[in-house]
Design a protein around this ligand. Structure first.
Ligand code: T4K
Length: 375
C-alpha cells in the first residue's frame, strides 16, 4: 500500500498495468512476427500458463466474458428456462437472452449474496435445462448443494466466475466445479487482459468444440455450427502473460486493503462487511459493505453522495437488480416481493474502492468518514 497525497478522483477500481517497458518487449515480438490474432503464440502460451496457475485442465480464451457466457450456453445446447440470480452484472442474464432462453430468477443468500440453493428446486419446471449461478464478488457459491440439485434433476451448471481469479475451496479451484465456468479479464477485474474472458472445461473434446464455436464454427475448413467471432488477440494475450507475473502481489495487496477496511470499519453500528469464508482462498475482487439506514442513520444513497463530495466514487454494485431493469422486469420471477433478500441488499449495498495501489491514507479517510457518520 502506498502513502502519498492524491488529489485525483478515487474510483471504485483501477486496472493493474505492468511496467510499460516490459509490455513493449511483447509488442516488439508481435510487430516482428506480424501475427496478431487467430490462436497465435501468446494465445497458446497464455492458455497453458493459465491452466497451470489456476489449476484447471482446459481453458479457451475469449475476447470478453460476455461472449464466453453466450458461447458456454451454446456449447451445452441449453434451451428453455435457466435458473439464475438477479444479483449480478447484467451480462449474466443477457447471455440467456442472446440464446433465446428464459431467465428464471431465484433469491440470494443473506450472507454471501449468491443464489440460495434452497430456493432453486421450487423454480424448476419441465422446461428447466440448467442453472447459471454467479460467484458474486468472488465468494464461492454453495457448489456442493448446487451439484446435488443439478444431479437430481439432470440439469447442467454453468458458473459465472467473472469475479473469481485463483479462488479455491479447501485447495480445490472453484473453477473446477460445474460443467463449465466462465471468466472475465476486463479492465476492472483482479486480472485483466484489457478486455478478455475464458471458458474453463474439463475435457479436450469440449475444449475443441468451444474453440470452434468462438471461431465462426470452423472445423478443418468446414462450418459445423453457427459460431461467432470471440477470439482473444495477441496483444490481449501478451498482457495476460505479463499480468501473471504480478498476480500474486496484486491479490496480496488487495487482501491487505480488505483487512484494513475490516479493521477500521469494525464495530460501526449499522455497517456490515464480508469476512473471509472458512477454507476459502479469496481474490478480494470487491469490497462490498451493507448499510442499514435504521441503525446507521444514513442510507446507502446518502453515503454514496457524501463520498462523491469527497471525490470518492464508490459503486452500487449491484443496483438495480437485473430483474428490475426494464428489459427483464416483465418476467414472472421478477415481480416485486418475490426476492426479498435481493430486493433489500440492492438498496443497502455499496462497493468501496479496492485496487492494488490504493493509498492507505484514502482507506483511512473513508473509514474515518464512516466512523464520524459524515458529519
Ligand atoms: N458476469 C459478471 C458477474 C460480471 O461482473 C461481468 C462484467 C460480466 C459477466 C461480463 O464480462 P465482460 O464482458 O465485461 O468481460 C464494469 C465492467 O465493464 C464489467 O466488465 C464488469 N462485469 C462490471 C461489474 O463492471 P461498469 O459499467 O461499472 O464499468 P465502468 O466503465 O464504469 O468502470 C468501473 C470503474 O473502473 C470506473 O470507476 C472507472 C474504472 N476504470 C474502468 C475502465 C474501463 C478504469 O480505471 N479504467 C478502465 O479502463 O462495468
Amino acid at each position: 500500500m502506498k502513502m502519498s497525497k492524491n488529489p485525483s478522483p478515487i474510483l471504485v477500481t483501477q486496472p493493474f498495468l505492468p511496467p510499460l517497458e516490459e509490455f513493449q518487449v511483447y509488442l516488439k515480438d508481435i510487430w516482428d512476427s506480424k501475427w496478431i490474432t487467430n490462436n497465435g503464440k501468446f494465445h497458446q502460451d497464455l492458455e497453458k500458463a493459465l491452466c497451470e496457475y489456476l489449476g484447471v485442465k482446459y481453458i479457451s480464451l475469449f475476447s470478453n466474458g460476455t461472449l464466453a457466457l453466450v458461447t458456454a450456453l451454446q456449447e451445452l445446447r441449453i434451451t428453455g428456462e435457466v435458473i439464475t440470480t438477479p444479483y449480478s452484472f447484467v451480462a449474466t442474464t443477457h447471455s440467456l437472452w442472446w440464446n433465446n432462453i428464459k431467465p428464471v430468477f431465484v433469491d440470494i443468500e443473506p450472507n454471501t449474496f449468491n443464489i440460495d440453493p434452497e430456493k432453486i428446486e421450487a423454480a424448476i419446471t419441465p422446461k428447466t435445462t440448467a442453472i447459471l449461478p454467479v460467484h458474486v464478488y468472488g465468494n464461492p457459491c454453495n457448489v456442493d448443494r448446487i451439484k446435488e440439485i443439478a444431479d437430481t434433476y439432470g440439469l447442467k451448471v454453468i458458473y459465472d466466475a467473472c469475479h473469481t481469479f485463483g479462488v479455491d475451496i479447501k485447495g480445490i479451484p472453484v473453477l473446477n466445479y460445474g460443467d463449465l465456468s466462465v471468466m472475465s479479464f476486463h479492465a476492472t477485474k483482479v486480472y485483466n487482459t484489457f478486455e478478455g474472458g475464458a471458458i474453463v472445461c474439463h475435457d479436450k473434446a469440449t475444449k475443441d468444440r468451444i474453440d470452434n464455436l468462438k471461431n465462426f464454427g470452423f472445423v478443418n475448413g468446414q462450418v459445423v455450427s453457427p459460431g461467432i467471432n470471440a477470439k482473444m488477440n495477441e496483444v490481449q494475450a501478451a498482457m495476460g502473460l505479463l499480468q501473471l507475473k504480478y498476480i500474486d502481489g496484486i491479490i496480496e495487496n488487495r487482501k491487505k486493503i480488505a483487512e484494513l477496511y475490516r479493521e477500521k470499519l469494525n464495530g460501526i453500528d449499522g455497517l456490515s462487511y464480508m469476512d473471509d469464508m472458512d477454507h476459502v482462498k479469496h481474490c478480494y475482487s470487491y469490497f462490498p459493505i451493507v448499510i442499514s439506514k435504521a441503525i446507521y442513520g444514513k442510507s446507502r444513497d446518502e453515503v454514496y453522495e457524501e463520498l462523491v463530495k469527497q471525490n470518492i466514487f464508490a459503486r452500487k454494485y449491484f443496483h438495480p437488480l437485473i430483474s428490475q431493469f426494464a428489459t427483464y422486469r416483465g418476467l414472472e420471477s421478477s415481480q416485486p416481493g418475490k426476492m426479498p433478500i435481493a430486493e433489500r441488499i440492492t438498496e443497502e449495498i455499496l462497493c468501496l474502492p479496492i485496487y492494488p495501489d490504493l493509498e492507505e491514507e484514502i482507506i483511512l479517510k473513508i473509514c474515518n468518514s464512516f466512523k464520524n457518520r459524515f458529519v
